[in-house]
Design a protein around this ligand. Structure first.
Ligand code: ADP
Length: 567
C-alpha cells in the first residue's frame, strides 16, 4: 500500500536529484521532503554517476538541460551500466518537450517526464509511486533471498538426512553382508558335518557288513566241526547246546547283515509262489527252540492253510519267526502264545498275541526303529540287538503291507498284527524250488578250495564223516592242478580268496571243460545279487557260511548218485 504523502517512509530509499541549478535542487527538496526519503543531490551528470557508484537509488530525477552532459546523455550512460539499467528516471524539462525528445527519452529508459513549472503534487505522487515500487522490489528481493536461503538450508538438511540415511543403509548393508558370510560359512559347516555324518554312517554300515561277513568264517569252521562231531559215533552231551548257540550266533549275524542292507537300501524281496501254511510252518519251526525252551504253549489258528501267496517265502517266514521269538522272549515262562491268521479277497492278516511284559503307551512306534529296545537294563535284557522289528517292518513294507502293535500297558501282553496284500501269482512264476535229492549212501570225490585252513579242513572232515573222499587246496592257484590229479566230482569253492577269487577259479574250471560236474560256492555273502554272480560264473549251488549240513549232504548225495548211475 502507498504511504500517504505527508507520512514519513518507514524504510527510506535513496532518490538522486540531478540538476545544474541549485535553486531547482532546493525546490525539488522542498517538494519531496514530506516523503521523508533520502534525497541526494548532484549538479552534473558526472556527479550523478559518481553517486550511483556508491549507492543504489530508487529513482533519478534528471534535468534534461544541463551544460557539458545533458540529461539524455547522462541517462544513456547510466542505463548502459548493468547495475542501473532498470533504475527509473524522471526527466525534468524546462520547456515543453517535443514528441521526438520524448521518444528519445523513452528509448533511454525514462519512465516519466515532469515539466517546469513543476506541480508539486504531481512530482511527489510520481516519486512516491516509484519509491514504493522500489521498496516492494527490494522487499521481494529480500524475501527471495530468504526463500533461497531457506531453500538452500532445506536442501542441505535433506541432503544431510539423505546422507545419514545412506550411511545407516550402508552400515545395515555391511552388517547384512557380514551376517550373510557368517550364515554361508555356518551352512557350509553344516553341510560338511552332514557329509561327514553320512560318511561315518556309510562306514558303519560297511563295517557291520564286513564284521558279519568276517564272523562267518570262524562260524563256518565251528559249524563244520560240530556237524562232523554229530556224525561221530562218540556222542557229546554238550553237542546240542553248542548247536543251539551256533544257530543263535548265525541268526544275530544274519540280522546284522540285513540291517546293513536296509540302511543301504539294498534289502530286496524275491517273490515266489507259496502258501500261508508253508510260510507259517517254516516260521514256527524256526521259533520252536525258543518257544520250547520256556515251555510256551502255542495255539495256531489258520482257517485256510492253502491260501496262495506270491511273496518272498523265506523273508515272510523270518517276519513271523521274529514275532514268535519276541513273544517268547518278552513273556514269562509257560505263558500261552497265540497265532491267528485271517484272510479275505484283498489280503491276509496274522496276529501274534502274548500275555507278556507288554508296552507302555506311546512306545509302539519307536520299537520298530533300528537298535531300539524299550528296556536295556541288564536284569531285564532278553538278548538281541534291537533289529528284529525293524526287519519285520521293512520286509512287510517291501511286500506292500503294514505291521501294528497293540498293548493295554506294561505287564498286559502285546498283540503284533501283520497285514499283507494278496498278490495274484503270475502265470510265468517259477515253480517252487525242487525238493533236494535225498542223500544216498554212495560216495563222491570232493575237492575243497579255501584259503582258511580251518574252514577247509572242518568241511573235509564233515564230508569224510558223510562217507565222501576229500582233498583240500589252500591256494586257489593250485586248483586246476588238483582237479587234474584228484579228478573230483564236486568242487567246494570259497569266493573271497587272496590273489584269485572263487569266481575266477570257477570260470577257469568251466573254460577248461573236463570232468568236474558240480561247482558249489561256499561264501559269507548270501544276497540275491551274490547268488546271481555265482550262477553267472558257472556255479551250480550257492551255500552261505556256515553251510547247513543237510544242504551239503544233499548236494554230495545227488552228485554221488549221478556218478554211480553213470559209472
Ligand atoms: P530285540 O528283541 O533284539 O531287542 P526287536 O527289534 O525284536 O529287538 O524288538 C525291539 C524292542 O521291542 C525289544 O527290545 C522290546 O523292548 C520290544 N518288544 C518286542 N517284542 C515285544 C513283545 N512281544 N512284548 C513286549 N515288548 C516287545
Amino acid at each position: 500500500m502507498l504511504q500517504p504523502a505527508n507520512s514519513p517512509a518507514a524504510d527510506p530509499v535513496d532518490i538522486l536529484l540531478v540538476d545544474d541549478q541549485p535553486a531547482r535542487l532546493l525546490a525539488y527538496r522542498a517538494i519531496l521532503a514530506p516523503l521523508a526519503e533520502n534525497l541526494i543531490e548532484a549538479s552534473s551528470g558526472a556527479e550523478a554517476l559518481k553517486h550511483l557508484m556508491e549507492r543504489e537509488c530508487a529513482l533519478i530525477l534528471l534535468d534534461v538541460n544541463m551544460p557539458v552532459m545533458d540529461g539524455f546523455e547522462t541517462a544513456s550512460l547510466i542505463h548502459q551500466h548493468p547495475r542501473f539499467e532498470k533504475t527509473p528516471i524522471i526527466f525534468v524539462t524546462a520547456v515543453n518537450v517535443s514528441d521526438m525528445d520524448r521518444m528519445r527519452g523513452y528509448k533511454l529508459g525514462a519512465v516519466d517526464y515532469v515539466t517546469v513549472p513543476i506541480i508539486p503534487e504531481i512530482l511527489r505522487s510520481k516519486v512516491m509511486v516509484l519509491a514504493e515500487l522500489f521498496r516492494k522490489r527490494r522487499d521481494l528481493q529480500v524475501a527471495n533471498q530468504h526463500l533461497a536461503a531457506a531453500n538452500e538450508q532445506l536442501v542441505a538438511e535433506k541432503r544431510r538426512e539423505l546422507e545419514m540415511l545412506n550411511e545407516s543403509l550402508r552400515i545395515a548393508n555391511n552388517e547384512l553382508a557380514a551376517r550373510n558370510v557368517e550364515l554361508q560359512s555356518q551352512i557350509a559347516d553344516r553341510v560338511s558335518a552332514e557329509l561327514r555324518l553320512l560318511e561315518v554312517n556309510r562306514r558303519k554300515d560297511e563295517f557291520l557288513a564286513t564284521l558279519a561277513h568276517e564272523l562267518r568264517n570262524p562260524l563256518a569252521s565251528l559249524g563244520n566241526a560240530l556237524n562232523a562231531q554229530a556224525l561221530s559215533p562218540r556222542a557229546d552231551p554238550l553237542h546240542e547246546a553248542m548247536q543251539r548257540q551256533l544257530r543263535l550266533l548265525v541268526r544275530l549275524i544274519d540280522d546284522l547283515l540285513d540291517i546293513a542292507r536296509i540302511n543301504r537300501g539294498k534289502l530286496t524281496v524275491q517273490h515266489v509262489p507259496t502258501t500261508i501254511g508253508a510260510v507259517l510252518d517254516s516260521a514256527i519251526e524256526t521259533a520252536t527252540p525258543l518257544l520250547s525252551a520256556d515251555r510256551h504253549p502255542l495255539t495256531v489258528t489258520v482257517p485256510d492253510r492253502s491260501v496262495a501267496l506270491y511273496a518272498d517265502h523265506d523273508r515272510l517266514s523270518q517276519v513271523f519267526s521274529n514275532l514268535l521269538n519276541n513273544a517268547a522272549k518278552y513273556s514269562p515262562a509257560e505263558t500261552a502264545i497265540e497265532l491267528v491268521a485271517k484272510s479275505d479277497a484283498d489280503g491276509f492278516e496274522v496276529s501274534i498275541i502274548d500275555s507278556g511284559i507288554g508296552l507302555e503307551a506311546g512306545r509302539s512306534e519307536e520299537i520298530f526303529e533300528a537298535f531300539a529296545q524299550v528296556d536295556t537294563s541288564l536284569e531285564r535284557s532278553r538278548g538281541g540287538l534291537g533289529i528284529g522289528l525293524t526287519l519285520v517292518k521293512r520286509i512287510v513294507e517291501l511286500h506292500g503291507g503294514r505291521v501294528d502293535v497293540h498293548s493295554d500297558g506294561l505287564g498286559r501282553g502285546s498283540r503284533f498284527t501283520v497285514w499283507l496284500p494278496l498278490l495274484p501269482v503270475p502265470a510265468t512264476a517259477a515253480a517252487p524250488p525242487p525238493v533236494a535229492t535225498p542223500a544216498t549212501h554212495a560216495s563222491c570225490r570232493a575237492l575243497i578250495v579255501d584259503d582258511n585252513h580251518d574252514s577247509a579242513d572242518t568241511l573235509a572232515m564233515m564230508l569224510q564223516m558223510l562217507g565222501h573222499e576229500t582233498q583240500c587246496v589252500y591256494d586257489p592257484h593250485d586248483t586246476l592242478g588238483a582237479v587234474e590229479s584228484f579228478a573230483p566230482d564236486v568242487v567246494f569253492l570259497d569266493i573271497g580268496m587272496p590273489g584269485l577269487s572263487g569266481y575266477d577259479v570257477a570260470r577257469r574250471l568251466r573254460a577248461a571243460g573236463g570232468a568236474v560236474r558240480t561247482l558249489v560256492a561256499v561264501t559269507g555273502w548270501g544276497h540275491a545279487e551274490d547268488r546271481r554272480r555265482t550262477a553267472e560264473a558257472g556255479f551250480d549251488h550257492h551255500l552261505v557260511k556256515p553251510a547247513d549240513m543237510a544242504a551239503i549232504a544233499s548236494i554230495c548225495g545227488g552228485v554221488a548218485a549221478r556218478v554211480h548211475h553213470s559209472a
